[in-house]
Design a protein around this ligand. Structure first.
Ligand code: G3P
Length: 225
């Protein structure tokens, strides 16, 4: 069910500098990664990828999604167990496919937390929740990219999960700009995972800059009349 305590902020990157910068704000609750984000940061090969997860877990006190590469049940279980054993903060990220649902159920039964990724429809999200996923990741930006309403999907998931008190948390992913974050907060997404840029863009307002410049100028005038 919707967590009324707080909307969580995750950063969606494998880049350690960006993770540190977001973490220093003091508002970071976790990190999501995927194989594309690892490759973008030139982290390749199983051992280097595992090391990167450990480095991320050292920086951030929160949930760190680590994605399996296998697409068959046995492979996902093997990889997922190895990832979960790396660090208590690791959440095993599993793709929304048939064996993925079976793997999520297996991990749920074995008390390993999961994030069901690549979710684009309410039906997929129902299956993930029924299997006991800790998080479900609807990709709202990629729906917008193909002229579907990504935020409408987040709203549908909120309604469905609340109808049945599903504990699966809605992790709004593929966020592209600060208004996506604001709209997700209005809908009641449990988590927003975003690149560093939209997080930092939330800070910005021209009236803040103008007002601060005026305050400082008036202070200086007052100090040096
Ligand atoms: O968390 C999912 C995210 O990494 C996908 O984002 O921008 O590649 O659609 P994007």
């Amino acid at each position: 069910m919707y967590n009324f305590t707080c909307m969580k902020f995750f950063i969606d990157t494998a880049n350690l500098e960006e993770i540190r910068e977001a973490n220093e704000l003091g508002i970071l609750d976790g990190v999501t990664t995927n194989p594309s984000l690892m490759a973008k940061d030139n982290v390749t090969g199983e051992e280097n990828i595992k090391q990167r997860y450990l480095d991320i877990c050292e920086i951030v006190d929160g949930d760190v999604s680590a994605e399996v590469i296998a697409t068959d049940l046995k492979g996902m279980i093997r990889e997922g167990e190895a990832l979960a054993n790396l660090h208590p903060g690791v959440v095993v990220k599993i793709p929304m496919i048939k064996d993925g649902i079976k793997a999520i159920k297996y991990f749920t039964d074995n008390r390993i937390r999961t994030n069901c990724t690549l979710v684009f429809s309410p039906g997929q999200a129902i299956l993930a929740a029924k299997a006991g996923a800790t998080y479900v990741s609807p990709f709202l930006g990629r729906l917008d990219d193909i002229s579907h309403d990504g935020l409408a999907l987040i709203e549908e998931l909120r309604t469905i999960y609340d109808n049945y008190h599903f504990e699966t948390q809605i992790l709004a992913a593929s966020i592209r700009h600060p208004m996506h974050i604001v709209e997700c907060a209005k809908i009641g997404a449990d988590v927003a995972t975003c690149p560093l840029k939209p997080i930092m863009q939330l800070l910005k307002h021209p009236l803040t800059d103008r007002g601060l410049a005026q305050f400082l100028e008036d202070y200086r005038k007052g100090s040096n009349p």
